[in-house]
Design a protein around this ligand. Structure first.
Ligand code: ADP
Length: 332
C-alpha cells in the first residue's frame, strides 16, 4: 500500500465540487463521480460554488437523476468560485465541520492548479480528498492532458482558421492571443495545428526581430496572410506584439491586427475527447476512494488514468514539449 492509502471507515457518503476557472468537461466528471459513486452503493452530494459553498455549507444530496442532461453542456452545473477564505486555516476548518455535519467521508475536487493546492491543504488537515485535474491551462503536473484542454484547443483552432480567411482577403498579419496563464500549451498546439507563422510562449524567449523577419519574408514570398499565435502569459503577448509592430511599422512595411480570444475558449460544449476524459477521471476518483487512496490527483499519463500524490504535484511546473516547439519552428 502506498503512503497515501489509509484506513477509512466504510465509505458511505462522498461529495463533489468544482473550483477555480471552469473547464469544458467538468459536467462529465461530476456526472461520472455521482453515477460511479451510486454504483458502489454510496450516497453522493454536490457542493455549490466550489470552496465558498463548502464554507457556507451548500452541500446537498445529488443523485443519478440530478446529473442527467448535463454531459453536453460547457461550464459546471455546480457553479464555481474563487474563495479567499479557504486559504485560511479557519476557513478550511469550517469547511471540514460542514462536511462532517453531513457525514461526508470523502471529497472530490475538480479543478486546476490553485484548486488542487486547496485540496492539498485540506488533505493535510486530515480530510480525505481526491482531486481531478481539470483546467484549460494544462499546467498541472501529474497529468499530460487536463480536462477541458481539448475543447479550448479546438475553439482556438477554429478561430485561427477563420482569421486566416479574413487575413488573406486583406493581406494582413493577425495576432491571436490564446489563454493558458503561464503555460504555452494551447498556443503551441493551436499554432501548430493552425499553421501559424510564429508562436510565442512563456516558456521560451522570443527573438522579436527574428519573428518580424519571418513575417516580412512570408510577405516577400507572396503569402497572403500571416498569423502569430501568442500565449497570454508570454512576454510578447498580443499587447506587447501590437506595440512593437506599431512602433516599427515604417521599417517593417506592414501592420497587424490583434484578436484576444479570452473566455470564449472556455465556454464551448465539451468535445467528445473531454466528455470521455471527464467520465474516465470521475471513475478514477471513485476507484481511488474505494481503495482508500487520498491526498492524490487523478490525471492522465501516457493515456492511462493514474493517481499522483498532491505532495508531488503542487509547486511543480510542467515543461513544454521541446520537440513540438522545434517542429513548429520548422513548419512555420
Ligand atoms: P484554478 O483552480 O483554476 O487554478 P485558482 O488559482 O483561482 O483557480 O484557485 C481556486 C481556488 O483554490 C482559490 O480561490 C482558493 O479558494 C483555492 N486555493 C488556491 N490556492 C490555495 C492555497 N494556497 N490554499 C488554500 N486554498 C487555495
Amino acid at each position: 500500500m502506498s503512503e497515501n492509502c489509509y484506513e477509512v471507515n466504510m465509505i458511505q457518503r462522498i461529495a463533489v465540487l468544482t473550483s477555480g476557472g471552469d473547464a469544458p468537461g467538468m459536467n462529465a466528471a461530476i456526472r461520472s463521480v455521482v453515477r460511479c459513486g451510486v454504483n458502489k452503493g454510496w450516497m453522493t452530494y454536490g457542493v455549490r460554488n466550489g470552496y465558498q459553498g463548502l464554507i457556507d455549507g451548500l452541500i446537498e444530496p445529488m443523485g443519478t437523476r440530478e446529473v442527467g442532461g448535463i454531459l453536453q453542456r460547457g461550464g459546471t452545473m455546480l457553479g464555481s468560485a474563487r474563495c479567499e477564505d479557504f486559504k485560511t486555516f479557519e476557513g478550511r476548518e469550517r469547511a471540514i465541520r460542514n462536511l462532517n455535519q453531513k457525514g461526508v467521508d470523502a471529497l472530490v475536487v475538480i479543478g486546476g492548479n490553485g484548486s488542487q493546492t486547496g485540496s492539498y491543504e485540506l488533505s493535510k488537515m486530515g480530510f480525505p480528498v481526491v482531486g481531478i485535474a481539470s483546467t484549460i491551462d494544462n499546467d498541472l503536473f501529474g497529468s499530460d492532458i487536463t480536462l477541458g484542454v481539448d475543447t479550448a484547443l479546438n475553439i482556438a483552432l477554429e478561430a485561427i482558421d477563420r482569421l486566416k480567411v479574413t487575413a488573406s482577403s486583406h493581406q494582413r498579419a493577425f495576432i491571436v492571443e490564446v489563454m493558458g496563464r503561464n503555460c504555452g500549451y494551447i498556443a503551441l498546439m493551436s499554432g501548430l495545428a493552425g499553421g501559424a507563422e510564429a508562436i510565442t510562449v512563456p516558456e521560451r524567449e522570443t527573438d522579436i526581430e527574428e519573428l518580424a523577419e519571418t513575417l516580412r519574408l512570408a510577405y516577400e514570398h507572396g503569402k497572403s496572410h500571416a498569423i502569430i499565435v501568442a500565449a497570454e502569459g508570454a512576454k510578447y503577448n498580443a499587447a506587447a506584439l501590437t506595440e512593437y509592430f506599431k512602433d516599427n511599422r515604417e521599417r517593417l512595411g506592414f501592420s497587424v491586427r490583434s484578436t484576444i480570444l479570452g473566455h470564449v475558449q472556455r465556454g464551448g460544449g465539451p468535445t467528445a475527447a473531454d466528455r470521455v476524459l471527464g467520465s474516465k477521471l470521475g471513475l478514477g476518483a471513485v476507484e481511488a476512494i474505494e481503495r482508500g487512496e487520498f491526498g492524490v490527483l487523478v490525471g492522465t499519463i501516457d493515456n492511462h488514468i493514474v493517481t499522483t500524490p498532491f505532495a508531488d504535484v503542487i509547486g511543480k511546473s510542467k515543461p513544454l514539449d521541446e520537440e513540438l516547439l522545434k517542429l513548429a519552428k520548422i513548419l512555420d
